[in-house]
Structures are given as structure tokens and as C-alpha cells.
Design a binder for this molecule. Structure first.
Ligand code: C2E
Ligand code: CA
Ligand code: CA
Ligand code: CA
Length: 280
């Protein structure tokens, strides 16, 4: 039994080494990707309900690897976080998204997305220069601060260090703050007390089962009440069906994001976005 245990341990260590090696390889390739146009941003509609009219968009990073094809952010963002590459990568995302937002405002006028959301990772928030970098990008691009929304998770906020200071500084600039994947962390409610926030994004895992009448529906119903009480905009994430959209509206939700309304798409397609009529 002793030998077996040891063997298992070795196997485990090897698997860990392989994962680490794989992550280092990815990170090295990602560094090149950043300089050679392999990265793009897609934009997913955030809509108002009822009706599904475009309200804003969330920028989502895509990597087309020259040999391995498309690699999802769930795979390469963790590698970028581990190596610190997320800092220049995140700066690139922020700049691109702000430039795109300015372009939309020039081209589409009042039909432009009212807000452009950018995901910001824990590592970025730990940089003491984060707020200054945001201010610099806004200055360079001329984007009004209130058009930009920064999406952060509970893990990132409670990561320690300067995260809260940086968030308060960007909130003071007028930038909006969204609490992403809300409800999936360990102390989501205490986050509401300490962190400046304008938007609460109710995680897909809660939205998934709301039409079954299970406990998820109770949580989703309670969160809209919390948002109303605190003056936060509630956005339901991962809305995939007309039934979910209808139930969310019944519960009082007015903002949603998900495949039912629109998938992440190239910037050029946002101008043509038309809501898929809620089939009832
Ligand atoms: P997230 O911020 O929670 O983004 C929402 C994810 O859910 C996106 O996956 C989106 O494509 C997907 N999604 C949206 N609606 C639906 C739906 O109705 N059904 C299903 N099944 N999925 C839906 P994506 O683009 O693969 O991104 C995954 C995660 O990677 C993001 O989760 C975010 O945490 C991270 N990420 C993406 N882009 C960036 C970035 O530029 N910077 C950072 N730091 N993280 C990013
Ligand atoms: Ca997000
Ligand atoms: Ca989310
Ligand atoms: Ca997520």
C-alpha cells in the first residue's frame, strides 16, 4: 500500500509538472501573440428587457494560435495571470475596447453601446498603477469615463494589496464597476459593503435553473431586491432561453446577457445587432 501511495504521488507530481510546462509554453506563445495580431476582442450584447434592445457590450478576448487554432480565455487567461503577462495583455484589452467605444460613438451616435465592459483580473488590480493606467487610456482615447465599465470578481477584490484602493480611484474617475460572476464566491454579500459597485452580474449558474422552481430562483429573486435597495443595476448572465428571459422579467430584471440575445461577435456586427424577438 505504501508503494502504491508513493507511485500515485509521483504521477500527481508529473501531471502538475506537465500542466506547469504547458502553461509556460502557452505564456511564451501568448507573448508573441500580443505582438503579432493573433488576439482579437469579440463583443457580446448586454440588453434591456423586455425587448432585447442593445444597452451595452462586454469585450471578450479571443486568441487564434497559428498552429493550435482557437484557444479560449478560460485556458490562456490563467496562464497569463500566473506569469504576469496579464498586465500588458489587460492593458491591450483596455485600450482596444476604449478605442472601439469611441469609434462606435462617432459612427453610431445615440445607437452606440451606452457602456463597454472590460474584464480585469486580480493581478491587474494588484498593480498600484492600475487606476493611473485607466485614466491615461481614457485621456488618450477621449472616451467619457462613465461609458467604461470594469468587471471584477470577488476573488480579485479580496486578493489583497491595493485592489480596493485602485477600484475606489477608478470609481472616482467616473468609471463604472461591475461585480462579475456574483454569488459564486465565499463572501459575495460582504463585497457589497466594502467595494464601490454600480452593476451586479448575477452568475449564469443561478440563471440556469430558474425555470425549475428550485432554490436558484429564490436566490435570483433575492438578488434583484438587494440591487433595488442598493441602487445597483442587476444584469442576469448566461440567459439562453426565452423561458429564462420571461422568468427574469417576471422577477423584475431589466438587463440581461446571454446566447438567447446574442453571442460574442466582431465589433463590426454590433451596428447590425437586432434583438431576437422574445418568442412567447
Ligand atoms: P465572464 O467574464 O463571466 O464572461 C462571460 C462568459 O460566458 C464568456 O465566455 C461568454 O462567451 C460566455 N457566455 C455568455 N453568454 C452565455 C450563454 O448564454 N451561455 C453560455 N454557455 N456561455 C455564455 P468566454 O468569452 O469564453 O470567457 C470566459 C472567461 O474568460 C470570462 O468569463 C472572463 O472571466 C475571462 N475573460 C475573457 N476575456 C477576458 C479579458 O479580456 N480579460 C480577462 N482578465 N479575462 C477575460
Ligand atoms: Ca465578465
Ligand atoms: Ca461573468
Ligand atoms: Ca467567469
Amino acid at each position: 500500500a505504501k508503494g502504491q501511495g508513493k507511485g500515485r504521488q509521483v504521477t500527481y507530481a508529473t501531471a502538475m509538472d506537465q500542466r506547469t510546462a504547458e502553461q509556460s509554453r502557452l505564456a511564451a506563445d501568448l507573448r508573441i501573440a500580443l505582438d503579432t495580431d493573433q488576439l482579437t476582442l469579440l463583443y457580446q450584447p448586454i440588453v434591456t428587457m423586455p425587448g432585447g434592445a442593445l444597452f451595452g457590450v462586454e469585450a471578450l478576448l479571443r486568441w487564434h494560435h497559428p498552429e493550435r487554432g482557437p484557444i479560449g480565455p478560460d485556458v490562456f487567461i490563467p496562464a497569463a495571470e500566473r506569469t504576469g503577462l496579464i498586465v500588458p495583455l489587460g492593458a491591450w484589452v483596455l485600450e482596444q475596447a476604449c478605442r472601439q467605444a469611441v469609434t462606435w460613438r462617432a459612427e453610431l451616435g445615440p445607437a452606440a453601446p451606452a457602456t463597454v465592459s472590460v474584464n480585469v483580473s486580480a493581478r491587474q488590480l494588484r498593480e498600484a498603477r492600475f487606476a493611473e493606467d485607466v485614466a491615461a487610456v481614457l485621456g488618450r482615447t477621449g472616451l467619457p469615463p462613465e461609458v467604461l465599465t470594469v468587471e471584477v470578481t470577488e476573488t480579485a477584490v479580496f486578493d489583497g494589496g491595493t485592489a480596493l484602493t485602485e477600484l475606489r480611484a477608478i470609481a472616482a474617475l467616473g468609471v463604472k464597476i461591475a461585480l462579475d460572476d456574483f454569488g459564486t464566491g465565499h463572501s459575495s454579500l460582504s463585497l457589497l459593503r466594502s467595494c464601490p459597485a454600480d452593476v451586479l452580474k448575477v452568475d449564469k449558474s443561478f440563471v440556469d435553473d430558474i425555470t425549475d422552481g428550485g432554490p436558484q430562483a429564490v436566490v435570483v429573486a433575492a438578488l434583484i431586491g438587494i440591487c433595488e435597495g442598493l441602487g445597483l443595476r442587476a444584469v442576469a448572465e448566461g440567459v439562453e432561453t426565452a423561458e429564462q428571459a420571461a422568468e427574469l422579467q417576471r422577477l423584475g430584471y431589466r438587463y440581461a446577457q446571454g446566447f438567447h440575445y446574442g453571442r460574442p461577435m466582431p465589433a463590426g456586427e454590433i451596428a447590425d445587432y437586432r434583438p431576437a424577438a422574445d418568442k412567447r
